[in-house]
Write a protein that binds this ligand. Structure first.
Ligand code: GTP
Ligand code: ZN
Length: 212
């Protein structure tokens, strides 16, 4: 393996977040385990197609869990603006890719997030960034949903937050119960989305409405 340090590509985008999970020590340690795993699967880890696989898998896994290195509250705080706007802001159809902590298999789908500003709005791109920061870890869908809600509520202090996540879990389709089409929906609310039925209904209507 080359000696140069490897960094996740996000580092150049997120200048305020130091990401160094792609470091050689960790790659080496993970790779040696994956070599054993290949052998235990009955494969020949030395054959041409597999020789670099342990290192590739190690890097892929580090990428898929790089959310541990991100600070979602700082991501939000980096683009909060005072604004006199108190209607619901909805960011819907945010792609989610995460890993189930029970089987370390992917689950993926969409997140829909809304908040009602209370003096501050947040840069729109920061909401999908917060989703990624929590999703790129070993997760269960319920905790992912709550963590996104809690981060937005604590950092932005809006009048309410709503999060709905819809995902397919490969641990339920590729193996186990083998249900190919089942989708799991989770939701988490605060403030107005709990106290006001009309507000919650408007959010649910907006996330099912199509732009077409
Ligand atoms: N609540 C919840 N469960 C999940 C999530 N991801 C995977 N699971 C479930 O975690 C459970 C683990 O159950 P176990 O019985 O310990 O594991 P298992 O024998 O592999 O279970 P099966 O998947 O039913 O074969 C399974 O029911 C999975 O469907 C998630 O995000 N939320
Ligand atoms: Zn699973």
């Amino acid at each position: 393996m080359a000696n140069e340090k490897h960094y996740l590509p996000e580092e150049s985008i997120d200048g305020y977040v130091k990401i160094d999970r792609y470091n050689d020590d960790k790659i080496r340690a993970l790779s040696s385990h994956y070599k054993d795993i290949l052998a235990n699967l009955g494969e020949n880890p030395e054959r041409e197609g597999l020789i670099k696989t342990p290192e590739r898998v190690a890097k892929a896994l580090q990428y898929l869990t790089h959310g541990y290195d991100l600070k979602p509250d700082e991501i939000l705080r980096s683009a909060m603006f005072q604004e006199d706007y108190s209607q619901m802001v909805v960011v819907k159809d945010v792609e989610v890719f995460s890993m189930c902590e029970h089987h370390m298999l992917p689950f993926f789908g969409k997140a829909h997030i809304a908040y009602i500003p209370n003096g501050h709005i947040v840069g729109l791109s920061k909401i999908p960034r917060v989703v990624d920061a929590f999703a790129r870890r070993l997760q269960v869908q319920e905790r992912l949903t709550n963590e996104i809600r809690d981060c937005i509520q604590k950092t932005l202090n809006p009048t309410g937050v709503a999060v709905v996540i819809e995902c397919k879990h490969l641990c339920m389709s590729m193996r186990g119960v083998q249900k190919q089409n089942s989708v799991t929906t989770t939701s988490a609310f605060t403030g107005e989305f709990i106290n006001n039925d009309k507000t919650r209904a408007e959010f649910l209507r907006l996330i099912t409405a199509s732009l077409d």
